[in-house]
Design a protein around this ligand. Structure first.
Ligand code: SF4
Length: 176
C-alpha cells in the first residue's frame, strides 16, 4: 500500500519572522524560510505541516529572551501551549485517520534546538544569573509529545539546529 510521508515542522522553520527578536539582533536572522529543508522536502516528495509558534502568538515581537523555567512561570503561557499542543495533535491524528488510501505517515515532528519552547534535546534554563542548556524538551514540544501519545500516536521527534539545517536533511534521509 502507498504511504505518503509528511513532516510536522516548528513554525519558524518555514517562517523565520516569528523567531525571538529584540533591538540589535540582525533582522536577516528573522527573514524568510529555511530553504535547505524546503528543498529536501521537494526533492524527496515529503508533505509539510506547519505547527503554531507558541512564543509569538503569546508574546509577539520584540519579546524578552526567556529560559524554559521563565516561560513556565509566565502567567498563562503553560495553558496557551497546552491548548496549541492539543489542537496540533488533533490535526495530526485526523490527517492520519482520514487517509485510508493512500495512507499518510507522519515521519517526524521537527522542533528547534536551544528553544525554551520547541527544543527537543536541548533547552535553556536559568540557574541564578547563569543560563545553561540541558537535555530536555521545551515547554510546547513536551506537551505535544504527551498529547500525541494520549491519542496513540508514537511519532519520532527530531530537533534541528537552525544554524545547521543540513543535519536535519541527513536525519530525514535516514528515516525514509
Ligand atoms: S522555536 Fe518555536 S516558539 Fe520559538 S520561534 Fe520557533 S516556533 Fe516559535
Amino acid at each position: 500500500m502507498h504511504e505518503m510521508p509528511v513532516l510536522a515542522l516548528s513554525h519558524c522553520i518555514l517562517n523565520r519572522s516569528t523567531r525571538w527578536w529584540q533591538k540589535g539582533k540582525p533582522i536577516e536572522k528573522n527573514r524568510g524560510v529555511t530553504i535547505q529543508i524546503l528543498n529536501m522536502a521537494a526533492r524527496l516528495g515529503i508533505g509539510i505541516i506547519q505547527l503554531p509558534c507558541p512564543e509569538f502568538t503569546f508574546c509577539g515581537n520584540p519579546r524578552p529572551p526567556r529560559t524554559k523555567d521563565e516561560y513556565l512561570k509566565l502567567p498563562g503561557f503553560r495553558e496557551h501551549c497546552k491548548k496549541l499542543a492539543e489542537e496540533a495533535a488533533e490535526e495530526l491524528m485526523h490527517l492520519v485517520k482520514n487517509a485510508r488510501e493512500p495512507r499518510i505517515k507522519i515521519l517526524a515532528v521537527v522542533g528547534v534546538e536551544r528553544s525554551p519552547t520547541c527544543g527537543v534535546k536541548c533547552t535553556p534554563i536559568r540557574k541564578g544569573s547563569l543560563k545553561r542548556y540541558i537535555e530536555e524538551e521545551g515547554v510546547f514540544i513536551s506537551m505535544l509529545n504527551e498529547s500525541l501519545k494520549k491519542r496513540g500516536m508514537h511519532i519520532p521527534f527530531i530537533g534541528v539546529d537552525l544554524d545547521k539545517p543540513e543535519e536535519l536533511v541527513e536525519a530525514i534521509d535516514r528515516l525514509l
